[in-house]
Every structure is written in structure tokens, then in C-alpha cells.
Design a protein around this ligand. Structure first.
Ligand SMILES: [Zn+2]
Length: 428
């Protein structure tokens, strides 16, 4: 044990000095927030298949080249191409008014009209669902469910479950905390051979209201009109830039976020913040003129939101030899810890790396994009910020540049840059 520690910590003091310098520089980095503005305000939303996403690809590549990465390249990825089009949801009984609504990515277009049946689980579906519009009213913090991870199953599977009982359309209470009558979109899918019915999100407030009406025996009717269309797959790109390692160039440490974002808002927390964490980590290291032992590679993933094809394509082509991978994809809030996926040995090693300076290692996890690297035995690490307000903005029109706090964004950067450095330099 003593011998092992000696090997692990050779040069540790020197590494710690670099970590402190990196963190201090990151905490003063005004370019991070400025660049988030370029992405969010200059380009805006950027769903797979959109012009915005490919503008962001060009921007990401140009930014890495300007920052002096040793090598910058684009990896071609074919991604799904779905467009929302014009859409409306009207309450037609007991009053007549339009309700805020966002269809889910992948939904079919079309018109559906009928009485609303509010349910709180699949078990409450049955023959009475025939010809109805089903509203799944499942609060994010439902006892017995594990928050977003469980409710999101209804977003992916709800339309198919409702259609199996003859429903003509389906709605889901937005998976949100503070909603302020904003609908929150996201990905969905249809089961093999299932009847495809329109599906989308209504606000928390309107879900509560429709529940209230049903509980009092007042029938409510809605009309959904969706202009959504699915087009043939489109060409997109992962943006990749690296600083070559001096001692172990073939061992790669990834620092990453995803470039695509839903077609509402500006994708600031999800995941502009992660993109900035990755880009700025590379730039800070370059600026300090320090050379890592392992290769550090910043990856801006394409198509995390509705297909995860960017992560998969990367792992298929370049996954072998990936030593460790960080993903920042839970918003630009105050960072509170790290989550990881790996062997007991890898996790223990990460614990030792974080000792004395880093955020606590608080549990299992990683990131959707880096998750594809798991079969390669890569140590996967996710940055975990305080998520108290994350679901006020997640997949919603409210996810804009101003919703990210500059100091908190920099604080996340400080930790991402520091851990990236240690992963790339600590002897195993
Ligand atoms: Zn995301």
C-alpha cells in the first residue's frame, strides 16, 4: 500500500500547484461567459438537423483552432431530423382558450380532439381510454418514483401506452419544478408497430387544472394540432480538439459537453455550459503553456438530445484507449460534486485524485454521451452542479444565456479544468 501510494503521488506537489493556478485562472476567466453568449445569443437553439447546430459546429471548430489546439477535426455523424412546425393546443370545454404547449421531439403531426382522461400511471389506463386524449399527470417528485429518471419513461413510452387503449392523442405534465406556465419538451419514441398518436407537454399549472376539473366531474375537451414532421437523417458533426500528451499520447482524457439543444430557448444550461467547460479547459491549459502527459481531448458532442448518435459514433471510431472521460451536462450552476462509472479500483483512484482540493465524489453516474465509452473500460465522470433550479429551465424556452450565472459557470470550469489536468498527469 505504502509503495503504491509512493508511485501514485510522485510529482504530486507539482501537480497541485498547477491545479491551483488553473483554478485561479478559471475563476477570473471572462471569456467563458462571453463565449456562452456567442453560442446562445449569436447562434441560438440548435436541434439535430437544424441550421443552428451546424453553425455551432463551425463556431466550435473555429474557436478551438483560434485557441491553438494541436489538432482540431470534425467527425461526421448522421443524425435524426425532426421539425416542430406550427402547433397549438386548445381547451375547448369547459372554456375555450389556447394552452401553452410543446410537442415532444419525434412526435407525429396531425390533429386530435377529444375528452381528456387524466391518469397518474399506466395502471389507470384501460378501455375507458378509447377515443380520449390521455393526460399523464405525474409530478416530478412523485413518491415511489426517482424524479426525472423515472418520469422520463412516461415521456418516451406514454404515447404508445395510450394508443394501445385506443387514445387518439396524449399529453404529459411538463417534467419541471418551477414552471411559471412554461411547457418543457424532450425526446419521445413509439413502440415497434404501435399506432402513432400526437404527444406533447403541457404546463404543470394546466395539468393541475385538468386534474381539478376531472376530480369534480367536470368534463374537459382539448384539440391538439401539430405540424411536426420527420425528415431523412441529416449530416452533423462531433467537434474534436486535442492537446497531445508528452508521455502517453495514446491515452486520451476527454472533457466534454453536447453542442445540440432543443429547439426552444437557447440551450444555455443544457448544454451550452458544458460546451464552455470543455472549450475553456483546453484554452486555459494552452494559455498556461503546460503540456499534459496524456492527450487531452475536448469533444463537443452532436445529437445528445434526440438520438445520442454523436456519443455512439465517437465510441465506435475512437473509443479504444480512452483513459477517462468527463461530461458536464447538468447545467451551469454551482458545482457540488462528481459522479462516476467504473471499476472499484478506478473509483478509489478518483477518490485519491480529489483528496484535499476537489469536490466530493458523491455517487454513480456519468453522462449520456460518454456512456457509450463504458465497454472500453473508460473511467466515466460527470460534473454534478446544484440542481435546485435546473428543472425550471430544462428543455424550455426559459433556458437562455441570462439564466446562467457567470460566477457559477466559472466555478464549474475551475473544477472541470483541474480534474482534467490531474487525470491527464497522474501516474497510475
Ligand atoms: Zn443535455
Amino acid at each position: 500500500m505504502w509503495v503504491l501510494s509512493l508511485v501514485l503521488w510522485a510529482g504530486w506537489g507539482e501537480q497541485m500547484e498547477t491545479v491551483q493556478t488553473l483554478m485561479e485562472t478559471a475563476r477570473k476567466d471572462t471569456l467563458a461567459y462571453e463565449r456562452l453568449g456567442e453560442l446562445c445569443l449569436g447562434i441560438g437553439h440548435r436541434l439535430s438537423g437544424s441550421k443552428g447546430l451546424e453553425e455551432a459546429v463551425v463556431w466550435g471548430q473555429a474557436t478551438m483552432e483560434k485557441d491553438g489546439a494541436d489538432r482540431v477535426w470534425l467527425q461526421e455523424v448522421m443524425v435524426p431530423h425532426w421539425e416542430r412546425g406550427e402547433e397549438h393546443l386548445w381547451l375547448t370545454e369547459p372554456t375555450h382558450e389556447e394552452l401553452p404547449f410543446l410537442s415532444f421531439g419525434g412526435s407525429v403531426g396531425g390533429v386530435a380532439e377529444g375528452e381528456v382522461l387524466v391518469v397518474s400511471s399506466y395502471d389507470e389506463l384501460g378501455p375507458r381510454a378509447e377515443g380520449k386524449i390521455i393526460l399523464f399527470n405525474i409530478p416530478k417528485e412523485t413518491p415511489g418514483l426517482e424524479g426525472y429518471g423515472d418520469v422520463v419513461g412516461y415521456r418516451y413510452g406514454g404515447a404508445t401506452a395510450a394508443a394501445e387503449w385506443g387514445a387518439t392523442g396524449a399529453l404529459l405534465r411538463s417534467i419541471a419544478d418551477g414552471s411559471l406556465r412554461t411547457p418543457h419538451t424532450g425526446g419521445m419514441s413509439y413502440g415497434e408497430g404501435a399506432e402513432k398518436i400526437p404527444y406533447g407537454a403541457i404546463t404543470v399549472e394546466d395539468a393541475e387544472r385538468l386534474q381539478w376539473l376531472q376530480d369534480r366531474g367536470t368534463p374537459a375537451r382539448v384539440k391538439m394540432s401539430l405540424g411536426a414532421k420527420t425528415y431523412p437523417d441529416a449530416l452533423s458533426h462531433n467537434v474534436i480538439g486535442e492537446i497531445r500528451g508528452t508521455t502517453y499520447p495514446d491515452e486520451v482524457v476527454i472533457v466534454s459537453g453536447h453542442l445540440d439543444a432543443w429547439d426552444v430557448g437557447q440551450g444555455a444550461h443544457d448544454d451550452g455550459a458544458g460546451v464552455i467547460h470543455a472549450l475553456e479547459t483546453l484554452r486555459l491549459i494552452r494559455e498556461l503553456g503546460i503540456q499534459p502527459k496524456r492527450t487531452i481531448r475536448a469533444v463537443l458532442w452532436t445529437n445528445e438530445e434526440n438520438g445520442s448518435r454523436g456519443g455512439k459514433s465517437y465510441a465506435d471510431a475512437f473509443g479504444e484507449g480512452t483513459f477517462a472521460a468527463i461530461e458536464s451536462d447538468l447545467g451551469g450552476f454551482q458545482p457540488i460534486g462528481w459522479v462516476s462509472t467504473g471499476t472499484g479500483e478506478q473509483k478509489a483512484w478518483l477518490d485519491r485524485l480529489l483528496e484535499g482540493w476537489g469536490l466530493p465524489h458523491i455517487g454513480n453516474g456519468g453522462g449520456v454521451d460518454i456512456g457509450h465509452l463504458e465497454p472500453h473500460g473508460t473511467l466515466l465522470i460527470g460534473l454534478r452542479p446544484d440542481d435546485t433550479h435546473y428543472f425550471d429551465y430544462h428543455h424550455a424556452p426559459s433556458d437562455t444565456w441570462d439564466a446562467v450565472d457567470e460566477r457559477e459557470l466559472r466555478e464549474g470550469l475551475a473544477h472541470v479544468a483541474a480534474l482534467t489536468w490531474l487525470l491527464a498527469n497522474t501516474e497510475e
